[in-house]
Design a protein. Structure first.
Length: 144
C-alpha cells in the first residue's frame, strides 16, 4: 500500500517539476536625493532579498520610502510616499528599509537626517543579468 501511495505522489509531482522554470528576482535600491549632501550611507551594500511571497505571486513594482536616520544610525519614522502596486510592495519595502544598516560618511558629526529611497522589485525568467537590466530600465519610470 505504501508503494502505491509513493507511485501516486510521484505521478502527481513529476509533471509539475518538469514544467517548473527558473525565476530571477532583483531588488534595486536607489537614493532619491543629492549624494553630495548626505550625512549617512548604507553601511553595507548587501543585496536586499526579493520576498518569496511576492515572487510566488509574480508581484513586481516599486516603492518610495521616506524616513529619518537617527543619531544612532537607525531608520525611524518610515513613510510610504508611493508604491505600485500599493499594498503588497509597501509592506515588504518598509521591512527592507527597517533592516538596513547606516553609517556616517566622512568626519561628519552624528545627527539625524531625512532620507528618501526607492526600491524596485523586478522578476524575470531568462537570467539574473537580464533581470538586472530590466530593473535598471524600470528605475527610470515614474513610481506613482
Amino acid at each position: 500500500m505504501k508503494a502505491l501511495n509513493i507511485v501516486v505522489l510521484l505521478m502527481l509531482f513529476i509533471p509539475q517539476l518538469a514544467n517548473a522554470k527558473s525565476i530571477y528576482g532583483e531588488v534595486l535600491v536607489t537614493s532619491q536625493q543629492d549624494q553630495n549632501s548626505k550625512l549617512w550611507s548604507r553601511s553595507s551594500e548587501k543585496q536586499t532579498q526579493y520576498p518569496i511571497e511576492l515572487a510566488r505571486a509574480s508581484v513586481t513594482g516599486c516603492s518610495v520610502i521616506s524616513f529619518d536616520i537617527s543619531e544612532e544610525g537607525r531608520a525611524e519614522n518610515l513613510k510610504v510616499e508611493s508604491s505600485v502596486p500599493n499594498k503588497p510592495l509597501a509592506k515588504f519595502a518598509l521591512k527592507a528599509v527597517k533592516r538596513m544598516d547606516w553609517e556616517l560618511l566622512g568626519e561628519n558629526a552624528a545627527r539625524a537626517e531625512k532620507q528618501i529611497i526607492r526600491l524596485d522589485y523586478c522578476l524575470g525568467d531568462i537570467s539574473t543579468e537580464a533581470t538586472k537590466e530590466q530593473c535598471a530600465k524600470q528605475v527610470l519610470l515614474n513610481c506613482a
